[in-house]
Design a protein around this ligand. Structure first.
Ligand code: PCP
Length: 402
């Protein structure tokens, strides 16, 4: 109950690991099963998305590390795709095998972690594809509850952005944060030149000098002013042009580029931020050097991962059983060729007949509560995502029959 004393509404890690951040129907279910002596019934529970967001052919599986942290020590086995794997609708990405009460209440937290990280990583990957080889920085922390900042930066980075702005990124990602300057700095000085010069004097020399050039005057005018003020020290300009002034952002950028070039400032790069999504990025990517993207990655379309029990152990036998609308039985997903979407879903224990070089994608990662594989580093996960995206671009359609 609110007591009058303000508080920050964030669950603690201990509450999450204890299964206290859950839906009440799971605690009731546990009580019922305990009352009936059924808590040790063994199940196989599959995590999958039967319906990706409109227009999505694939998603990026993210959040496995956190899911394993939540499951650690529980008497279960876990099978999973590698974190960073592209996956399609209906493909199982993770399976928990063990007594149901070992993980009943954890379903809420596990789905929350997997859905949210996967949704952000997937959107970041789509933005990555739209931006081509241009820089993408994630500026989305201000769109999220701060408790989620490390998760969002991690997921965006896995998905392929080049950098994130969160100051704690060195501790949770092992990378330096990247950023430019806020309008607040320019407004406090009251004169953009004074703000730019102060930035140049005070901020560490290894931070690129990227000056914000839309605060008081026209972007073309401010960009040239910034270039004449900092000359060769100016690395770039950022245009965060307000929506009310964006008649045609591409034309504004072209004007700024032309003017900088005309005055001998060809080295000055142009970055754009504010309200960017895939379509606007595609429209601008050949005239800019980089993008700052926040809300569209931080609040992406939801990749609806759900969990369903697909097998129950009766006596010594695993019996396929699940709710209608879903496929019963534990499954394996095979990679049939180099194309990331050339996949087959088959019953666990069988091999697809029409797939010559089949590679199984789900492997056992936890045995009786202990992690039994070397988990990949963040860099390895991100590199894996980028490798799959390059293959997708090289052959967008591939053989996607199931
Ligand atoms: C820009 C914008 C958003 C950032 C970039 C991402 O920040 O206002 O906060 O935009 P998006 O969420 O629309 O993708 P700044 O220009 O740094 O904002 P301000 O200077 O006003 O603090």
């Amino acid at each position: 109950m609110p007591s009058g004393e303000p508080r920050v509404y964030a669950a603690s890690v201990d509450e999450i690991l204890a299964g206290r951040i859950t839906d009440v129907y799971f605690t009731r279910t546990r009580r019922i099963l305990e009352t009936r002596g059924m808590c040790d019934v063994e199940v196989r529970a599959e995590f999958h998305s039967y319906s990706l967001p409109r227009g999505y052919e694939w998603a990026v599986f993210a959040g496995l590390e956190e899911a394993l942290a939540i499951l650690k020590g529980r008497r279960v086995n876990v099978y999973a795709m590698m974190e960073g794997s592209l996956f399609r609708a209906k493909e199982p990405v993770l399976v928990i095998e063990g007594p149901y009460c070992e993980f009943a209440e954890l379903e809420t937290a596990l789905l929350g972690v997997l859905r949210h990280e996967t949704s952000i990583a997937t959107k970041a990957a789509r933005i990555r594809l739209a931006a081509g080889d241009k820089t993408v920085l994630f500026f989305g922390l201000r769109s999220l509850h701060p408790a989620l900042a490390p998760m969002a930066d991690r997921a965006a980075y896995i998905g392929g952005v080049d950098g994130v702005s969160g100051t704690e990124a060195p501790s949770y990602l092992g990378i330096k944060p990247q950023g430019t300057m806020p309008h607040a700095l320019v407004i406090v000085f009251g004169d953009p030149r004074e703000a730019w010069l102060a930035f140049d004097e005070v901020v560490e020399k290894d931070v690129p000098r990227i000056m914000l050039v839309d605060t008081f005057y026209d972007e073309r005018f401010e960009a040239l002013l910034a270039a004449e003020t900092l000359r060769e020290r100016l690395y770039g300009v950022r245009l965060d042009t307000p929506g009310s002034r964006r008649g045609n952002m591409r034309r504004i950028v072209e004007e700024v580029r032309w003017t900088l070039d005309l005055h001998g400032f060809k080295h000055v790069k142009i970055f754009v931020s504010g309200g960017l999504d895939e379509d606007k990025i595609l429209d601008l990517r050949d005239v800019v050097d980089g993008f700052g993207v926040g809300t569209s990655i931080a609040f992406p379309p939801s990749v609806d991962i759900s969990m369903d029990i697909v097998e129950v152990k009766r006596g010594n036998r695993w019996v396929p059983i699940t709710k209608r609308g879903k496929l019963p039985g534990m499954k394996q997903v095979y990679q049939c060729s180099e194309h990331p979407l050339d996949r087959r879903i088959v019953p666990w224990g069988s091999v697809p007949g029409d797939c010559s070089s089949a590679q199984p994608l789900l492997e056992k990662v936890v045995e009786d509560g202990s992690i039994v594989v070397d988990l990949p580093s963040l860099k390895e996960i991100r590199d894996f995502v980028l490798k799959q995206l390059r293959k997708l671009q090289a052959s967008p359609h591939g053989d996607t029959k199931k």
